[in-house]
Design a protein around this ligand. Structure first.
Ligand SMILES: *Cc1c(COP(=O)(O)O)cnc(C)c1O
Length: 334
């Protein structure tokens, strides 16, 4: 089976499982799980941030950040196809009583000049604009990534306007391996960062949220309220440590494979248009809805699973469990 529906489908390798089996654990709600503590410190250090908090999912780390940064009735600004707005079950409203002002981005990326246009002034009629969230890489943008200069412009604009800046960095390392910026650059710019360990990095479960100590103390309280306080979580945190130590630079291989497959797909008559492939995600529109369905069914009959993200759009995501042999078979079947 070649499963390209998402980069969340990876299974732990024997070496990762071994690290998990030998983890030293304790009760993390008491702060006594040394493996969780190590993971949190390690991730914070990588980004040059003060502290981190391990959580069950990236949805939870994003939602915790939004909750800590806002008050009910506030407004946040994000891209209209961003994960926080589109794929977290209305959590912005449900968890934080906050509303979203959405902007049409360029493949999921928004700009400082767009954001500054929609900041509300202090008039009592308007919700208080409090927070900006960026997504890098942008999932619905086909794995597009930001330029460092644009992120810096957004930071400057946020500081000038008293806005907090959060990064949904579910796939931040996919951006980092393709660009001239580092994790530490990101840590300097953002007030909080959410990083998924369970995407391309290949851990079975978990995300970390990073920020200042004061932010993380508040985040810990919110995590408990959301039901995300875990006990001997070191067994899964050990997979996260293993992932950060071993699975970052190899993300480039996923990008290379995605481009290789995209070059073949591009020439097919059933493909109407395809987003540029910047990292590990291919998104293309089929010529019509039936063709999209047929393509997915035909691939499935060849034991190749392709994702469907709207009526006529297909998605293929490359990850740790996709090998060169699989890519060759995929190209042959295409
Ligand atoms: C996967 C993902 C998340 C978090 O998803 P979980 O499944 O809750 O871990 C957040 N943002 C983006 C852009 C994602 O792709």
């Amino acid at each position: 089976m070649i499963d390209l529906r998402s980069d969340t489908v990876t299974k732990p390798t024997p070496a990762m499982l071994d690290a998990m089996m030998h983890a030293k654990v304790g009760d993390d709600v008491y702060g006594e799980d040394e493996t969780v503590n190590n993971l949190q410190q390690m991730a914070a250090d990588m980004f040059g941030m003060e502290a981190g908090l391990f959580c069950p999912s990236g949805t939870m780390t994003n939602q915790i950040a939004i909750k800590v940064h806002t008050q009910p009735g506030d407004e946040l600004i994000c891209a209209d196809n961003s994960h926080v707005y589109k794929y977290e079950g209305g959590g912005i409203a449900f968890n934080s009583g906050v509303q979203a002002k959405t902007l049409k981005g360029d493949r999921g990326r928004i700009t400082a000049s767009q954001i500054v246009e929609v900041i509300n002034d202090g008039n009592v009629h308007f919700p208080v604009t409090k927070l900006v969230t960026l997504e890098n890489t942008a999932n619905r943008g086909g794995g597009s990534f930001y330029d460092l200069d644009e992120i810096k412009r957004i930071r400057k604009m946020c500081t000038e306007n008293n806005l907090i800046l959060h990064l949904d960095g579910a796939r931040i390392f996919n951006a980092i391996v393709e660009t001239n910026y580092t994790a530490k650059d990101m840590g300097q710019i953002f007030d909080s960062i959410s990083v998924c360990l369970s995407k391309g990095l290949g851990a079975p479960v978990g995300s970390v949220v990073l920020g200042k100590k004061e932010f993380i103390n508040k985040a810990k309280r919110v995590r408990k309220v959301f039901g995300g306080g875990m006990r001997q979580a070191g067994f899964i945190a050990a997979a996260g440590i293993y992932a950060l130590q071993n699975n970052i630079t190899r993300l480039k291989d996923d990008h290379q494979r995605a481009k290789q497959v995209a070059d073949v797909l591009k020439q097919k008559s059933f493909v109407k248009e395809m987003m540029p492939v910047d990292t590990n995600i291919i998104i293309f529109k089929a010529v019509n809805v039936e063709t999209a369905n047929q393509f997915i069914d035909r691939m499935k009959s060849e034991n190749i699973l392709v994702g469907k993200i709207s009526s006529d759009e297909c998605r293929m995501v490359f990850h740790l469990d996709v090998t060169d042999e699989m890519v060759n078979r995929l190209i042959e079947k295409l």
